[in-house]
Design a binder for this molecule. Structure first.
Ligand SMILES: Nc1ncnc2c1ncn2[C@@H]1O[C@H](COP(=O)(O)OP(=O)(O)OP(=O)(O)O)[C@@H](O)[C@H]1O
Ligand SMILES: [Mg+2]
Length: 351
């Protein structure tokens, strides 16, 4: 949303790490494709971004500079995204016969039906498939203040932020490019980060419902830390499968199931809301994405709970890459971490 460009890099400014993806657009037999040229990740200190607010802009811009230099990318144009409480998405039915009228009506809606005033937000919208005289719109509002905060750190790193998207759309963008033609009509993409979970429900090729919740992989790390009295570093390692003295598999499993239950009930709530708005649509499949989704056993847990197929979203599924430059195993294993950055990098298509 908010701007278009040709050559750019996708940078996902997450609370636990910054991710970069650089794709080159290609044409093959008239089809537009992407080739992966570079990707990377640099961790952030825990206090650098708290609840989506950049507390230490130097730490963040330093990490961006390090990432770009390690990735050896010369392109300066960058697509970034914002999320969490700086963003509101709202589905609405609206009548308008001209683009100006649509804009005016949307401004009216913002003023009267959202907590924001039109001058404080950047607006974008997604036109959903609909019948009749009314338009179905997914309205997106992002606080200008938050956009300013995120674009500043990018500029501080010597780069040029040309697109500011929202996480949910970049996740959907990555999904769309990699999974078309779709095997299911209605899918939920559950993107679990370190502190934030974004759920996107897509119906017949359009993201129709978006919900975010402050829930993520770091909650598991913190619970392990508290329960077993470990350091944060050790807790993080235990979470990723390392063994530790005095911690049985069963004890760890118990804690993980607590977090899995929290995630499940969030998904259930979202599906209920969605069903309220789309009574005829039934969820058919779940895609998991984000670093937090790599918690071992989550996929099986959700599959059993929802009785639906659950698979990992691979944002490089239809992306070309040289097997000399990138290890297939590594790429597949870590792919879900790069969904947002990949979706942003795909903005080169102007989509
Ligand atoms: N192999 C793994 N097993 C379990 N958890 C993992 C694994 N790899 C990463 N994580 C967890 O994923 C989380 C980071 O995911 P991600 O990079 O998507 O978040 P982020 O974008 O930095 O955060 P946010 O979007 O919430 O601001 C951390 O909690 C990390 O511990
Ligand atoms: Mg994230």
């Amino acid at each position: 949303m908010f701007g278009k460009s040709n050559e750019l890099i996708g940078i996902d400014i997450g609370s636990s790490s910054i991710k970069l993806v650089y794709l080159k657009p290609k044409k093959k037999k008239g089809k537009r494709l992407f080739e992966l040229k570079s990707l990377g990740q640099v961790p952030l200190p825990r206090e650098a971004i708290v609840e989506g607010t950049i507390m230490d802009s130097y730490a963040v811009s330093d990490a961006i500079m390090q990432l770009v230099s390690e990735a050896q990318v010369k392109v300066k144009n960058v697509a970034i995204s914002v999320s969490g409480n700086a963003v509101i998405t709202k589905r609405m039915t609206i009548s308008a016969s001209t683009p100006q009228e649509l804009e005016e009506n949307l401004n009216w809606e913002i003023k009267h039906n959202t907590p924001f005033s039109p001058e404080d937000v950047q607006m974008d919208y997604f036109i959903l498939p609909s019948q009749g005289d009314y338009m179905e719109i997914l309205l997106v509002l992002a606080k200008k203040e938050k956009i300013g905060e995120y674009t500043s750190v990018v500029q501080q790193a010597g780069l040029n932020p040309v697109i500011v998207d929202i996480d949910a759309f970049s996740i959907y963008n990555a999904f769309e490019y990699n999974y078309e033609p779709f095997v299911s009509n209605v899918v939920a993409i559950i993107h679990i980060g370190a502190t934030l979970t974004t759920i996107v429900i897509a119906k017949e090729g359009a993201p129709v419902f978006i919900r975010e919740k402050d829930l993520g992989g770091d909650f598991l790390t913190e619970t392990i830390q508290k329960e077993f009295g470990l350091s944060l570093e050790k807790s993080e390692a235990v979470k990723k499968g390392e063994t530790a003295e005095g911690i049985t598999k069963a004890a760890l499993q118990g804690i993980m199931e607590m977090i899995f239950n929290d995630i499940s009930s969030e998904v259930s709530k979202t599906v209920e809301f969605f069903s309220g708005q789309f009574p005829d649509a039934e969820l058919e499949r779940i895609y998991l994405s984000g670093g937090g989704s790599l918690m071992e056993g989550l996929g099986d847990f959700l599959e059993e709970r929802f009785n639906l197929p659950v698979e990992y979203l691979n944002p490089f599924r239809n992306v070309l890459y040289s097997e000399k430059a990138f290890s297939v195993d590594e790429l597949e294993k870590n792919a879900p971490i790069f969904t947002v950055a990949a979706g942003l990098a795909m903005r080169t298509l102007g989509g």
